[in-house]
Design a protein around this ligand. Structure first.
Ligand code: NAI
Ligand code: MG
Length: 362
């Protein structure tokens, strides 16, 4: 049966970079018999304008019916003054919630062999390839009680609560162990078990899952603060890093900085497999809608392209095709083409579509 792919281009540069992925899909179609059953939907500001909601029910239904969702980006100045419940950014939040997408995967890969070739950082990160698995529906961003309250003395206090059940920890741990098996077979689980109760439980549960279900995968526990330091000083020691919503958020931004531009970073968010073994998943670049460059034809399409490669790998089990795209991006960069955001002296500056065409050619 055909793979069902839902494409949600969204706002700003979203449609511009998604268009380049479409070229790759057309190429795949022409070249071989793989055919996708593709539908396109509206989300974000575009959906707000067309349907009055940043994530219309039809979009949610289409996402549920799809085997995978390729998401562009949402938001922009046009909608910035709207009240919170009308903001385009709610589009992606609703999809994550309604599809139960609890595991956020953020690879930090240095694809560009020429990046800062002579710097100290170049030695640290050359060939870097790590994956951060962040729990994304629980923890301190959602735990109760939360809020800002007035105390007896009239002063305010702010409260957030980190809560994790063992099931929440176990399911995201399984995603990390699974991934490690397909990579270099090592998981580094981070928490602050020395000072946090949820951290103690995190360490215990990840250890239990590891021993019982993944004895072949190397498991290491590390305090999150130490992990931040190790990421800066010796990032290549890591394969898969597993962390809570909060620690995963901070560490994945840190890892992103190791690799360079936002325009190069893909991500995936996965849900639990259902009875038939199918899991919902949404793939999107880490960057937003980049209103400052939207409409100019200069956005870097690589992050969106690499998000599609992740989709092929994790949702469609098309490892070879995923590699083909990643290698093409790498070769185009090695050949000297650069969009403005990753421009270096001596390289050729090109726009979105020239970059996209070059990737297809490779
Ligand atoms: P942003 O990621 O859109 O842009 C930050 C900076 O990076 C800008 O200078 C932009 O031009 C540049 N940039 C981003 N992607 C690029 C690419 N592919 N090629 C070249 N340059 C690129 O983040 P910002 O400015 O904070 O947010 C803009 C809008 O996007 C806001 O409405 C925000 O809420 C939304 N947003 C949406 C996200 C999503 O759809 N998941 C994620 C992050 C932000
Ligand atoms: Mg963040």
């Amino acid at each position: 049966s055909n793979k069902k792919l839902l494409i949600l281009p969204g706002d700003g540069i979203g449609p511009e970079v998604v268009r380049e992925v479409r070229r790759v899909i057309e190429w795949m179609d022409r070249r071989r018999s793989v055919s996708f059953d593709i539908s396109e939907g509206v989300v974000g500001g575009a959906a707000l304008d067309a349907e009055g909601s940043p994530c219309p029910d039809e979009t949610v239904a289409a996402a549920r019916a799809a085997d995978a969702v390729l998401f562009g980006s949402v938001g922009g100045p046009k909608w910035d003054s709207l009240p919170f419940e009308k903001r385009p950014e709610l589009g992606v939040l609703r999809l994550r919630k309604d599809l139960g997408l609890f595991a956020n995967l953020r690879p930090a890969v240095v694809l560009d062999p020429l990046a800062d070739a002579s710097s100290l950082k170049a030695d640290l990160v050359r060939g870097l390839d790590l994956m951060i698995v962040r729990e994304s529906t629980g923890g301190i961003y959602f735990g109760e009680p939360r809020g800002i309250e007035i105390m007896a003395d009239g002063k305010r206090r702010g409260i957030d609560t980190e809560v994790y059940t063992e099931d929440e920890i176990a399911r995201v741990a399984r995603v990390a162990f699974d991934l490690a098996r397909k990579r270099r077979n090592k998981v580094t689980s981070v928490e602050k078990a020395n000072v946090m109760q949820s951290g103690r439980l995190w360490r215990a549960v990840v250890g239990e899952i590891g021993r019982a279900e993944f004895p072949d995968v190397e498991l290491e526990h590390m305090y999150a603060d130490n992990c931040a330091m190790q990421l800066c000083s010796r990032p290549k020691q890591f394969d898969v890093i597993l962390g809570s919503n909060l620690f995963g958020d901070v560490l994945s931004d840190l890892a992103a900085a190791l690799t360079g531009s936002l325009g190069m970073l893909p991500s995936a968010t996965l849900g639990a497999p259902d009875a038939s073994g199918r899991r919902h998943a949404l793939y999107e670049p880490v960057h937003g809608s980049a209103p400052d460059i939207a409409g100019k034809g200069i956005a870097n399409p690589c992050a969106q392209m690499l998000s599609f490669a992740m989709l092929l790998r994790w949702s469609f089990e098309m490892e070879e095709d995923a590699k083909l795209i990643e290698t093409a991006v790498q070769r185009v960069l090695a050949g000297g083409l650069r969009t403005a955001d990753i421009m270096q002296t001596g390289m050729a500056r090109v726009g979105t579509s020239v970059m996209g065409e070059a990737i297809v050619r490779e």
